[in-house]
Design a protein around this ligand. Structure first.
Ligand code: AMP
Ligand code: MG
Length: 288
């Protein structure tokens, strides 16, 4: 099923004019991801290299030369050992990370819907036997998916609301407009609504949880610097991003969708570990 998903994603994106980039595995600077304290870093050639947590900054730089890009990007995130039981976390996983120059949030929301509808159609067509074997009834998806602003979802379901939304949903649901404090500095703050981000998550139904995160990006150097400082991060750690922004980064929007979580949802599997032959589950040793 995973091969069918990868083929279907490539098919749609290539048809829409995207260029596939080979992934970056080691990088001097990577996604800050403040929720993950542990840092996977190696030292070589007199420099520190992070194992990539996402290709966000590479995507922003890549769209200066290519309008639409994607990559199947292996990410290493040393999540807490207890998350190994969540069903949703590996410490090595792959995300389909994509970005579009001069796109806005609505453009990438619609792209996310086309992508999921297409993948589900292909999986229903090519994996009928596998779905039967798994006892999984996978219905067609219908776009557009409903959108709930973060503050509204929070008021309705209180903390941890993504789980509530996911458990009650009949199909995928967008959560939009995250408040500035809960996301990373590169999600663009709405100039007309300070404190509100032009970003989104997609949540799977039936309790499968978060599918993807994305949004519009901060690309102007003074705004990036302001956000880095407001988050209490060290601007010197993001010197190369700020230099790229001063040289001129275009506006862009995009998202990253986790492949193992997508296949878990499609197959109705209990844990993302089932998707990988060599799963890297937080807190568990591996033999190979
Ligand atoms: P993020 O940038 O943290 O939103 O990650 C992008 C996407 O990657 C998420 O929406 C998930 O689908 C997937 N993802 C994030 N962390 C993990 C993890 N530890 N294990 C598996 N998939 C993940
Ligand atoms: Mg996320």
């Amino acid at each position: 099923m995973t091969s069918v998903v990868l083929d279907a994603a490539r098919e749609l994106l290539r048809t829409e004019g995207f260029v596939e980039l080979l992934p970056v595995i080691l990088a001097p600077v990577t996604d800050p991801l403040r929720h993950t304290a542990d840092r996977a870093v190696i030292e070589a050639y007199g420099q520190r290299w992070h194992l990539t947590r996402s290709m966000i900054f590479h995507k922003q730089a890549a769209v200066t030369v290519l309008e639409k890009i994607f990559s199947f990007s292996p990410n290493v995130r040393l999540e807490p050992a207890e998350w190994g039981q969540s069903g949703r976390h590996l410490f090595e996983f792959v995300q389909l990370d994509l970005e579009v120059r001069e796109a806005d949030r609505n453009d990438v929301l619609a792209l996310g819907e086309r992508l999921l509808v297409h993948i589900v159609e292909r999986v229903r067509g090519f994996c009928a036997q596998e779905l039967t074997l798994l006892g999984r009834k996978l219905g067609e998806l219908h776009a557009p998916f409903p959108r709930i602003p973060y503050r509204e979802a929070e008021a309705r379901y209180s903390a941890g609301f993504e789980d509530h939304v996911s458990r009650r949903a009949q199909g995928p649901v967008w959560i939009v407009d995250f408040p500035v404090g809960v996301r990373e500095f590169y999600d663009r703050e709405d100039p007309s609504r300070p404190g509100v981000l032009l970003d989104m998550d997609l949540v799977y139904p039936a309790g499968y949880g978060e599918a993807l995160s994305g949004g519009e990006r901060e690309h102007e150097p003074h705004r990036i610097l302001d956000r880095i400082e407001r988050q209490g991060l060290d601007p010197t750690a993001y010197g190369s991003l700020l230099a790229a922004a001063r040289a001129g980064l275009p506006s862009s929007a995009g998202f990253g969708i986790g492949i193992e979580r997508l296949v878990r949802y499609l197959g109705g599997l209990p844990h993302v570990r089932e998707v990988r032959l060599f799963p890297r589950v937080p807190g568990e040793p591996a033999a190979l």
